[in-house]
Every structure is written in structure tokens, then in C-alpha cells.
Design a protein around this ligand. Sequence first.
Ligand code: TNX
Length: 670
Amino acid sequence: MPMSFSFVTTWSPATADEPLGYGIELTNTGDTPVSDFQLGFSGPARIDPHATLENGVLLRRLSNHTLIAPPEGFVLEPGATWTAVARGLSYGLRHWSDGANAAYVVLSDGSIIPLATAPTRGKGNNAPLLKGAARFPVPAKAPVAVSIIPWPQSVATTGARIAPPGLDLKPEGNDAGRAAAAFAGLVDDLFPVEALVRPSAEGGMPVAISHKPGLGDEAYELSFAENAATVAATTRQGMVYGLITLGQILRGARLHPQTFVFPTGGVITDAPGFAYRGSHLDVARQFYTTAEVSRFLKIMAWNKLNKFHWHLSEDEAWRLEIDAYPQLTEIAAWRGHGKALPPLLGSGPQPTGGYYTKAAVRQIVALADSLAIAVIPEIDMPGHFYAALQALPELRDPQETGEYQSVQGFPNNSLNPAHEPVYRFVETIVDEVLELFPAGIFHLGADEVPLAAWSGSPLALDMIERLGGPEMRRKHEKQFNQLGNHHGADEIEGSPTALIQAAFIRRVHDYIASKGAITGGWEEAAHGDAVDKTKAFVIGWRNVEINAALAERGFDIVVSPGQRYYLDMANGVQWTEPGAGWAGWSGPQETYEFEARAGFSEQGLKHLLGIQACIWSESMTDRAIFDRLVFPRLSAIAEAGWTLPERKSWDRFKALVGTMPILYGHWAAD
Ligand code: TNX
């Protein structure tokens, strides 16, 4: 009889009598006693350095991967349960998706038994757990007669007819031809067999697509007649957007004929409020295949989002094929028991992961371009670099000793600014990346370098002394082996760490600029004014106020506050909602109503490029969680990026958003 186990985790918040407890329960469901075994598990929650384990021995811990064993001599009898309890976690669990969602037993002979996992049970909380996108039913009566998200600048349509069965596209000229082809492919994929585009022989209504000089870069005009429509724009992007608006109106009128009409006259004139309307996707914490990324881009386009910020590297993985360093994807794209990267964030003992070949990247970039989306690659450095350093240990200062840890619990995870070979490596990466991504933007990350980074590196200490004097060196030496508090990202402004990080960023930025490209960075890239403001932009994320402050300092800024635009944050405070919680929570309405321009001076507004959704993937351990977290908040951010504040309306948005597509088709149970 093979061995079998069941595995459950529980969460009990702190009470007056007992500190918080993260319970780990393993039951022997087989018929032989088991001894001398180990239990490995991972999920968003971390048993960090300050935590203690009751009734168990902590064998190994790396970020959120934990390997434990029962007390010496323990035998798990058939039918019996071993319960260990972790206490003193710096971050308590807040939502059901926080606990372990992959686990395995290692037997004394080294063999592995993968365990099925169930959502972590919040003690005293029996409400059903939520998954899948929340439904926003289209009401019988909506505040507007046509269905469009994001809402246009001016809608002056007249009349109503039964929706035509489809659209027969009649492009005039090269741009119009490309826009028509992109639109036809888009609706074919997003709405298969609806045949939104069809020839006149199959009932398609003629739609002229024509060039009209003098409109803005993304602007369009869409006019209606009794049995025809015309899309006019100056650019191919504008034509694509005009067609998307027309497609949305058609679908609304066809699927909800009681609520929405298809016009017979009048015109829609439209242009976006912000030039930068982005979504980021973290493909490192969880891997998303080319097929998933492609569908995500199509959904972005349907929301008129135009910048895809592709977060390709992290502590947890490296996802981009690099010719000069095949080790990066051979080693750092995979996690598993006994590998250079352990199972993390719900990946189990078997090797799990993946990467994008250059051919796949070219295909994705071409698709994005056809849909008027620019792709911004991010290679996050110098922090968040653990995975790549596992693949290329020679990038470390060979004399470095001691240990520092990142906020997510990765040891010694940052590229060393004082180690010269690092620059040859980074320049090669920049070259290969810029060759793949024609948008000419390289996002170099720069977020969350630990305060104690490189404090055991003689090279780094010398560099600090050179740049900041002996006092700075001594200050940094005091950080040696300090493991940080883990209650949030370290504040490093003004520290020796920030000093050499800025030197690193300046040098990499200069290299990027020498190739004619723009540098993107998280807000920390602004520390010490490390980048030339005319060739860079930064993304504010830690709070709302930072954005206006950076704009005042002259930085071009993209607004993405964790509190409102981080789509990994839960939709509500309840345990039954999945997602993260370090920045609180934000329901669709809170996200919709957030106004990026608030608090900016007139001068500052000139530096406000736009807004961005960030899809961090620590919590995306299940695609039904993805759908719940991303939709409809992605559309809420898209509308806030396109529609001017005075024309935003939650009531209208709420009535229309149920018509928008989601990525995986997981809807919440009613
Ligand atoms: C902070 S935002 C991070 C990410 C995490 C995210 C989770 C930023 C630049 N760094 O590494 O994934 O929080 O919400």
C-alpha cells in the first residue's frame, strides 16, 4: 500500500491569550507508520527569520519555501495528525490565498510525495471562499444608450436600429488595412464565432475606414448612417480604437438589446486623457505562457490600454532567453525541490516554470504593435536578482561574506554595483533586450534594494568610502548580518546603500541612453537624481503622495499606487477574498474613483504621463484568483486613464462593464 497523506493549513489571528498562529497539519492517511520524514511547502505566507515553530524543526527556509521536520524520534501513525504551529510571523495572513498552496513530503530515502492542498482555513471563519471575477449584470436600464468602455470624449449619436449582424470592413490605404486586419483578428480571438467581422454576403454592414489628417495620435471619429458607419483617424492607432468602439457598441446592442442601441446617425469624437495607459504583468512569480500573454494583450487593447510593462525577472525567476547567458533560462526559469530555486508561491516539488524564447517575444511584440500597444520590458536590478545570481554566481563579489535579506526574504539578492563584471553582464542584457523590443524603453527596476545589501562585500564598502567618505563606510559596516524587520520595504533614501545603488543606476542609465533608449524605473530610481530626467520616467507605487512630489522634482511620472492600482491587492478586507494586503484593499469602485491628477500642481501635471495597473503574481496561485483580482479593476483603471475626471461616472461604468471580456473565463458563483 503506497503511503498517503492529507495536508491542511490554518490561520488563527492573535488574541488576548495567544499570539497569532499558522498551523501546519499533516495526517497519515495510509496504513504504515512514517518516521524520519520532512515536509516542504510554499505559498505567499512566509515563516520569516523572526518566527518560531512549535512542535517541529525548521530545516530550511528561503523566502516562502519552508522545509520542516517533526521533533526527533516522532512517528506518524496511520490515522494520526502531526500539527506544527508557526508564530511570530512579521506578516500575518489576511486572505485565504495567503497560506501554503503546494506541499510535499520527503521520505527518508529521498523520495517525494506531492500533497494536495486546500485553501488555508481561517479559524472561526466558515463563509464560502471567493474566486472568479465578480459579475456586474447589465441592468435593464443603463445611464447611457450605447455600450463603450472607456467612455469617449463626446458621444453625439442619434437613432436606434436592430444591431447589424456584423461589420464588413472597407479600409482605404495601408494604415486602414492594417487596422482592419488587427481588429478582425482581435474580435475573432476574443469573441469566437460571434463573427463581428463578416463579409456583406453574410450580412456585414459596410464600415469605411479612412485617413483624416489633423487628429491627435490616438484620436478617432466614428460616424453612423442608416446602414453604414465610418471610422476616420490620422493614425493607425486611432483607426484601431475607432473600430474597437464600434465593436463594443455592436456587441452591447446585440447581447443586451433591451438596454443598448445601435445608432443610425451622429458621431463619436474621441481622444485619451493620458498618453500612457499601461498594464504591468509579473510573469516571474508565476509563469504565463505565450498564449496567455497574447490573450491578455487583446484584452488590454479592448480596454484601449497602450503600454504593456512586462516584468520579466525577479528573485523567483528569470523568464527571457538571452543568447550570451543560456544559464539564465536553463537554471533560473525553473523552481523545484532540490533545484537552484526551491518551490515558491505555490509551485510544487516538480520542476515548474518556463521562459520566453526570442521567437516568442518577437511574436508577442508584433501582436502588441498591431493592437497599438508598446511593450516595455523590465529587467529588475540591482535588487530582486536572486534567481539570476543563482544561475550566475560569478556575478557576486568573491570576497563577500554574511547575509542580508530582502523584504520578501531572499538572501543576498542584489547585483553588486562595485563588482566590475556586473557591468559587462548588464550591458549585454541591455543590448539583447533593446534588440528585441522596438519601443526603445528599458525598465531597469530599481525597487526594494535591502538596506543591508552588500554590507559584507569589501568591494562595495570600498566604493562607499570612495563616494561618501569613511563615515558612510562605517555606517554601512554596521548593517553586516542585519536581517531587517520585514514589515515592509526598507527605507533607503540617504543611506550608503542608496549612494552606490544610485551610482549603479546612473551607469546603466547612461548605457541605455547611449543606445538611444529611454530608461524606466520604479520610484526608487529617482533616489539621488540618478537618471537624466529628459531620458527617463519613473513609476510611483509606495503611496499616492509620492507621485506629485516626484513630478515637482521634474521626473516624468506614471501613477500606480499600491493602494489603488495594484491588482494583487484583495477586493475587500474579508478573509474570504483572495489576494494580498500590504497596501490594504481596493474594490472596483475605489479603484475606479481614484484620481491620479489629484494633488498635482499645474507644473507637476506636465510631468504626469499617465497611469498603470500592476499585476503582481505572488497571489495568482490559481487562474480563478487572477480573474477575480484583475477584472473588472483593469477596466476601471483603463477608463480612468482615458476618460477625463469630469466625465467619469461609476454608475455608468458599473452598468457597462459586464460586457467586457476576462482572461480565463472564471466567473464568481452567483
Ligand atoms: C512590491 S512594487 C514590489 C513587488 C511586489 C509587490 C506586491 C514594487 C516595485 N515592488 O516586488 O510584488 O509589492 O504587491
